[in-house]
Design a protein around this ligand. Structure first.
Ligand code: BEZ
Length: 393
């Protein structure tokens, strides 16, 4: 059994030359008629299940728009529920790469699981597109030529929120989050943005992922003397946190990385009203791509699109650009990666491009939760690139 990725260029040349003489179809030619196997390693259960579903819906939507083919080849999807469990990450990634022989791995949502995927794809050389998880190492010190991200680095949205608050003249803030990579790295972004603009983060409060007993942390807020509380939570945890914050009757404004209110305003209800967040997407972004995307997503998923859906769609768009450039030949790695790195994508969030470390470059918007929408009120930072510290690409 072979896949086209595993045929080396030397083998290709040798078999190709012989077969050209004999008229027998080459392994390469046979491989090109096979579907490209794309593994979706995403959460379909647990706190981030809806995030994984929305990414999947929009990937399927894009493939349907392209008649099920990219770069002239059929795309075969293999799904795996990673449950947002980092401890299962390596074995799950290996299952897709070594047992299912996927050619491309799109995943995942949770930063801890991403680090396991990153190890597996760095070792195997499998093309990987990250459709959510923001773990900064992926496009910083551990960057590698076969990994691209269409979502964000954890640093980006929170940095934007910190900048916006600092520019407004706020002086002191606290940060509340889960104690894992996404929470800590978002906190670092918030601190850098805020402190570069005259503010100071005086306290960070954490609890274990995916716990939701927020009361002991919220009880400390009045004693901190802060002008704002910034937070990173997402999915089910974000629903509970925003509700508990409102129920605690705190007078300190709540702000955050946009995941705090993204895709969860319905269940958060009145508790979310007025919460400001920063993200690379929001309601009221008027562009033709977004209008068409939202209508198509609603028709497919029977729910409103959110940032997770956008990131999944753009992961599929990026794969399409790469496969088109090499006419479906994933072995033409240099041309494949070059085309992906140089891609300019018409995203529902607005135009995006990629940095040298293969991280998405994008606007970070300020949004205010108003009447069930995350209404964009301005741009916190335009065309924000992650610093890409330590990446040698
Ligand atoms: C993360 O773990 O990187 C993450 C999870 C949900 C939303 C945003 C980031």
């Amino acid at each position: 059994m072979f896949t086209n990725r595993k045929i080396t260029r030397r083998n290709l040349l040798a078999t190709g030359a012989a077969a050209a003489v004999s008229g027998i179809p080459t392994k390469w030619a046979i491989a090109q008629t096979k579907p490209v196997k794309v593994g979706l390693m995403l959460p379909y259960s647990g706190a981030f299940a809806q995030l994984g579903e929305n990414i999947t819906y929009s990937i399927e939507m894009y493939l349907a728009e392209k008649g099920g083919k990219l770069g002239g080849r059929e795309i075969q999807i293999v799904k795996l529920d990673d449950e947002s469990k980092p401890e299962l990450g390596l074995q799950n990634a290996d299952r897709l790469i070594k047992r299912d022989n996927v050619d491309v791995l799109i995943g995942t949502v949770h930063s801890g699981v991403q680090m396991a995927i990153h190890k597996a794809v760095t070792e195997s050389g499998t093309l990987c597109i990250v459709p959510n998880a923001g773990a900064v190492a992926v496009t910083r010190n551990l960057c590698t030529k076969n990994v691209f991200r269409t979502s964000f680095s954890n640093w980006q949205p929170a940095y934007g929120m910190g900048v916006a608050l600092g520019k407004r003249g706020l002086k002191k803030a606290a940060w509340i989050t889960w104690d894992y990579a996404a929470g800590a790295e978002s906190g670092e972004g918030f601190k850098q943005g805020f402190e570069a603009n005259g503010g100071q983060v005086v306290q960070t409060l954490t609890l274990k992922f995916p716990e939701t007993n927020f009361q002991p942390l919220l009880a400390q807020v009045p004693g901190l003397g802060v002008d704002a509380v910034g937070a990173f939570f997402a999915g089910g945890g974000a629903i509970n946190f925003v509700k508990d914050y409102a129920a605690a009757g705190l007078k300190v404004p709540l702000v955050g990385s946009g995941f705090l209110t993204e895709g969860v305003l319905g269940p958060q209800g009145a508790a979310a009203e007025g919460v400001e967040t920063a993200l690379h997407y929001g309601d009221g972004l008027e562009n033709p791509k977004n209008t068409a995307f939202r209508a198509a997503f609603k028709a497919k998923a029977n729910r409103e699109a959110d940032v997770y859906a956008v990131q999944g769609y753009d992961a599929a768009q990026l794969l399409g650009i790469g496969l088109d450039a090499v006419k479906g030949n994933l072995d033409n790695e240099a041309s494949l990666y070059k085309a992906m790195r140089e891609a300019k994508i018409d995203s529902p969030r607005g135009p995006i491009s990629f940095s040298k470390s293969q991280e998405v470059v994008q606007n970070i918007y300020v949004r205010k939760a108003t009447g069930g929408l995350n209404k964009v009120t301005g741009i916190a930072v335009a065309n924000l690139a992650d610093p890409g510290t330590g990446c040698k690409l």
